[in-house]
Design a protein. Structure first.
Length: 422
């Protein structure tokens, strides 16, 4: 229907904008940094960011502390709590890290020069703070006496570390007896001092998360339409990129032929040396510009915005399905994907949507209303947007640049001359 298409149109063009410009550029930038051995993430304790080197460098005092903590823990005489207290003591912090946090600190491969990003390891070109042997020794100690607790937290408290309290402390999880059974609840660690926030039962927390994430839930039929449209666009852009690059290829062949003729003419004394040199220069310049164009076409084809957009729509679908999700861990991963600055306050959750999802929820709020639990489009079917018409002609889609359609005689030099004469 028209209004559905309207949504589709602006949805896609904007999704393209957000996903392409924000997510994908960041991702690509991160990948490039990782390849160069530069850390793209937040600066870890022990390092400062050197803008000249575009990488992290040891912060002398903190670096010493990192090394000392690893060395002390490697002796096996510490518990997570006592090593955390040591770290607080050295770094002058009043509050010590939670067990979760100190363990993450002790398992941070960055310190031995390995950058782990989305599960993949990259070699860092910055200075490591500890040796691999020391790191492994610490891992061994953690394995021996830290494991049961670690496992328990990993498996039983899926929302641990997901939210902060309104007082800025982290939220931790705990077992409790009540209502004739044992249940799990989440509460403030109170690391920042006094806090009056109440605990929240896991079931209720799950429900609150699901409720909030419904703001970006895309109805299945809309999603289907979007996927269909994406598939068409994928084919179209592949075709047009191939066609344009073929065109440029042909132009380069023509130029080569002209170059051959020019050389022949010169050798046959039909052209004088100056004319030959000037003409040759012009042709070479043209050829270079065509070659650049060919390369940029190629990179455009490679940079595809379609895949990230598809991922984006998939996440919106997941939001629709999350009401039936049984795995709390999945829900936790999902929330991390869509929101930052996640906050738990007054038994209610909030977060800052990542830009593309902020956009999605604004749009869904504008064009859809909930009626009896199902989504309906609220715009009247008569309201056809000019955007829709435009998009149907694919005017808003990125099309590969067409070859410069100038007569081959009209070169860069003569062109500027013509301009000056006018
Ligand atoms: Zn608190």
């Amino acid at each position: 229907n028209p209004s559905g298409k309207f949504f589709l149109a602006i949805g896609l063009s904007n999704a393209k904008y957000y996903v392409d410009n924000l997510a994908e550029n960041v991702r690509r930038g991160n990948r490039a940094k990782l390849r160069r051995g530069e850390w793209p993430g937040q600066k870890p304790f022990g390092y400062i960011y050197d803008h000249r080197l575009r990488n992290i460098v040891p912060e002398p005092k903190e670096a010493k502390i990192v090394k000392k903590i690893y060395e002390e823990f490697a002796t096996g005489r510490h518990t997570l709590k006592s090593i955390s207290a040591r770290l607080a003591e050295f770094s002058g912090n009043k509050k010590s890290k939670s067990n979760c946090a100190i363990e993450m600190f002790l398992r941070n491969e960055l310190y031995m020069g390995i950058m782990r990003w989305n599960g993949e390891a990259h070699e860092g070109k910055y200075q490591p703070l500890i040796t691999r042997q020391l790191f492994e020794k610490v891992a061994e100690v953690l394995k021996n006496h830290g494991r049961p607790r670690y496992k328990k937290q990993q498996h039983n408290f899926p929302f641990c570390g997901l939210f902060r309290c309104s007082c800025n402390s982290m939220i931790t999880a705990q077992w409790a007896k009540g209502n004739g059974g044992i249940y799990r609840y989440y509460r403030c660690t109170r690391k920042q001092g006094e806090c009056h926030e109440k605990y929240i039962a896991e079931d209720l927390l799950k429900q609150k998360i699901i409720e909030k994430s419904q703001a970006i839930a895309l109805p299945a039929d809309w999603a289907k339409e979007l996927f269909g449209k994406l598939e068409i666009e994928e084919k179209k852009s592949a075709q047009s990129a191939t066609a344009s690059s073929e065109e440029v290829k042909k132009k380069i062949i023509l130029l080569d032929e002209r170059l051959d003729k020019l050389v022949e003419g010169y050798l046959d004394n039909l052209i004088d040396e100056n004319t030959y040199k000037r003409k040759k220069q012009e042709l070479i310049e043209q050829k270079t510009s065509f070659k650049n164009e060919k390369e940029s076409l190629h990179s455009k084809q490679m940079s595809g915005w379609i895949e990230p957009t598809r991922d984006f729509v998939k996440t919106l679908c997941q939001a629709e399905k999350i009401t039936k999700e049984e795995s709390l861990k999945e829900i936790s991963i999902f929330v991390q994907k869509i929101g930052t600055n996640r906050l738990l306050s007054a038994k209610s959750v909030s977060w800052v949507w990542k830009p593309e999802y902020e956009f999605a929820q604004t749009l869904l709020r504008r064009f859809a209303v909930r009626q009896n639990g199902s989504l309906r489009i609220s715009v009247s079917p008569k309201s056809r947007s000019p955007l829709l018409c435009a998009i149907q002609d694919s005017n808003l889609w990125p099309t590969p640049r067409q070859g410069v359609a100038l007569p081959t005689e009209l070169t860069a030099q003569t062109r500027s001359k013509t301009y000056q004469n006018n």
